[in-house]
Write a protein that binds this ligand. Structure first.
Ligand SMILES: [Zn+2]
Length: 109
């Protein structure tokens, strides 16, 4: 959830930085001035608007986490990584195959 950097929200954001440091709570990258405020327990899961449920978050993490609870988000990240690994494996298999075919082609000349 995005807050504007004016008035009460500015104080809230300052309080979050004072509590959690000037880094994204999730990826620990340094916060940009326009960082977002994340509901640790998502609002969709009846997470509170109170300070104890709010975390400073970079836009990327907040967007990715969306309305998932942390465990669920972590599972999704793992699944994504597995997918990337699968793609890399496939790419390796394909390039190996191409090299083999090229070699055969060279030999046939
Ligand atoms: Zn982050």
């Amino acid at each position: 959830m995005k807050y504007s950097s004016t008035g009460k929200n500015r104080l809230l954001r300052q309080a979050l930085v004072d509590t959690h440091g000037n880094v994204c709570f999730y990826c620990e990258e340094e916060l940009q001035p326009n960082f977002t405020v994340d509901h640790f327990i998502p609002k969709a899961l009846i997470g509170s608007d109170e300070m104890f449920n709010l975390r400073p978050s970079c836009l990327r993490c907040n967007t990715e986490k969306n309305s998932y609870e942390c465990g669920e988000w972590a599972k999704r990240i793992d699944a994504k990584l597995a997918d990337v690994e699968e793609k890399i494996k496939r790419h390796k298999r394909i390039s190996k195959r191409i090299k083999k075919l090229q070699k055969l082609h060279e030999e046939a000349k």
